[in-house]
Design a protein around this ligand. Structure first.
Ligand code: SF4
Length: 245
C-alpha cells in the first residue's frame, strides 16, 4: 500500500482499524509503508503498545520525549522496558539553548505562574523534541484513549494531522482502563510503580500529582490550571495547538 496522506485515506483506515484487534491494528499500520513512529510516555497504555511492538518485532520506531523533568520511576522504566522487549527506545531531549532561554525569561519552574509560561515550557521540552521525533514520519502512533478525559472522548483510530502532514493512529482509542490493566496483568508488562500510588496519568514530575478517588484520569496533570481542556499541545488540534504553544 502506498503512503497515506489525506483525510479520505484516514477515514478509510479508521474503518479498517475499528474491525481489528490490537495486534491486527498494529500489523496493518506497520505494513502501510513509510516510517512509523510510536511515541511513548511509558504510561500504562503506552506499555501495552510497546509490548505488542516488541513481542511481534514490528517495524515501528519507539521514541520517548525525555524532557529532563521526568520522575526517576519513569526513567527506570525506560531501561527496564528496553531490556524486557529487547528494543531500543529513542530518547528525544530538549535543546539546552531552549532550556536556558526559558529559565532566563520565566525561571526554571515558571510554569506555575501562568498558562503562557507553562505552554512555553512544554513547547521547549516536548513539542520541539516531538517535531524532531516525527520529522520524515508518515505514521504517528499514540496511546490516546477516549476514556482518559472528556477532551479525548471522540478520539478516532486514525486521523490526518495536517500540521505534521502524517496519519495519527490511536490503536487503543476504544480500550478502557480495566481492559488495559487486564492485558498488563496477563502479559507481565512492566508498568510505572506510580500508577499504584494514585497516578493514572504520568508526565513531568513537577506537573503531575496523584488524584483522589473518583477524579478523572488526567486530573493530576497541571492541576493548578482551571482550563478543563488543558493539554501539553502534543495532542490538540491545530487551532488549539497554536494557542497552546
Ligand atoms: S509538563 Fe511541566 S515540566 Fe514538563 S514540559 Fe510541560 S510545563 Fe515543563
Amino acid at each position: 500500500m502506498t503512503a497515506i496522506t489525506s483525510i479520505k485515506d484516514a477515514a478509510t483506515l479508521n474503518s479498517q482499524l475499528a474491525a481489528l484487534d490490537l495486534a491486527g491494528r498494529l500489523s496493518l499500520v506497520a505494513g502501510l509503508g513509510g516510517r512509523a513512529v510510536f511515541t511513548t510516555s511509558l504510561g500504562i497504555e503506552d506499555q501495552v503498545i510497546t509490548a505488542e511492538i516488541g513481542n511481534h518485532r514490528l517495524p515501528i520506531e519507539v521514541a520517548t520525549l525525555q524532557t529532563g523533568r521526568l520522575f526517576p520511576e519513569t526513567l527506570a522504566l525506560i531501561d527496564e522496558t528496553e531490556s524486557q522487549y529487547d528494543i531500543h527506545i529513542i530518547r528525544y531531549e530538549p535543546e539546552q539553548a531552549d532550556i536556558d532561554a526559558y529559565a532566563e525569561k520565566y525561571g526554571l519552574n515558571g510554569f506555575y505562574e501562568s498558562v503562557e509560561a507553562r505552554h512555553a515550557c512544554c513547547g521547549a521540552r516536548k513539542l520541539k523534541p516531538l517535531a524532531r521525533a516525527l520529522s520524515g514520519a508518515t505514521i504517528w502512533i499514540t496511546g490516546l484513549r477516549r476514556g482518559q478525559s472528556a477532551n479525548r472522548s471522540d478520539t478516532p483510530f486514525a486521523e490526518f494531522d495536517p500540521e505534521r502532514n502524517l496519519i495519527k493512529i490511536n490503536p487503543l482509542a476504544d480500550w478502557d482502563i480495566d481492559v488495559i490493566r487486564a492485558y498488563v496483568a496477563d502479559n507481565s508488562v512492566p508498568v510505572n510503580p506510580l500508577h499504584a500510588r494514585g497516578y493514572p496519568s504520568i508526565g513531568c514530575e513537577p506537573c503531575t500529582r496523584a488524584i483522589k478517588p473518583g477524579e478523572p484520569e488526567r486530573a493530576g496533570r497541571w492541576w493548578w490550571e482551571n482550563d478543563e481542556k488543558r493539554e501539553c499541545g502534543l495532542h490538540v488540534h491545530e487551532e488549539v495547538a497554536g494557542a497552546a504553544q
